[in-house]
Design a protein around this ligand. Sequence first.
Ligand SMILES: [Zn+2]
Length: 327
Amino acid sequence: MSSTSPSHTYRIELTPPDITSYQAGNTGTPYVTTFDSGKPGPHVMVQALTHGNELCGAIALDFLFREGVRPVAGRLTFAFANIEAFASWDTSDPNRSRYVDEDYNRVWSDDTLKGERNSTELRRARELVKFVDAADFLLDIHSMHDPCAPIMVCGATGEGGEKSAAFARKMQVPQNLLIDTGHPAGLRMIERGPFRDPRAPQTAILIECGQHWESSSVDVAIDTALRFLQATGVVESSFVKSRLRIQPTAAQTTINVTHAVVAKSLSFRFAGTVTGLQVIAKAGDPIAYDGDEVIVAPYDNTVLVMPSMAHLKVGTTMVRLGRATLG
Ligand SMILES: [Zn+2]
């Protein structure tokens, strides 16, 4: 078996949008804008640039601003999150602008937000948390390091994942919905407060639109944002329908993460070339090697969720394993 990995650099098909005209906003917080319909309805939030090198969300928000989207019920908030990381964008080294000090999407527990620690990302999260906590519906727009079909990350099993997946089924996209087990490194924004309470109506979803710099990620980001706004009821269907870009598949697939494969040594390698959402047909077939250990598929049709050699360190989650069901 070879030890090929998908960690090479990909072609950059996107140009970072000029978002400086959104800096002032209208909320007192830079790069956050709220439109109020003046009518009853939910508070809906769409966030881009959680990671500064994920351009498609910023392009999607810029598109919606320029198209003049306005709520017909409730309120609509658009936020560009990690603007300092985004400002450091360098086409010759685009991965460096993911964050400045730490991952902005691992700091969302109250312990961390209200704690003593400080960082560029924590300061920004402390500015934005009041908007997140006021949101009834939240869409967080991301993209992935390696090429992969779009995935809706719905949150963790028993902690909001199921209600978010139900909401994504109303949107009819993307084909793949992921219910996972969270990240040990820290709480994500979509797992905060009532979003993680299965009985609370507040719902948050995170779309992974494809590889960071492929042009198709923009179509996914715009289409997903439009369908999200329609499903919340704050934007008229006529506005949405004329701007959709993607035909939904007949049936969506729900992938429940069952295992996380964590590197125990720097000799970790996959058993051949792997791609996101690749299916290992037979239980017992090798997935990876780590020192003397062979990691095998725990059941037939094991799905590889976001395998990546990009961040190999002892203790890093290299791939998660999931079980897929239709619907
Ligand atoms: Zn991301």
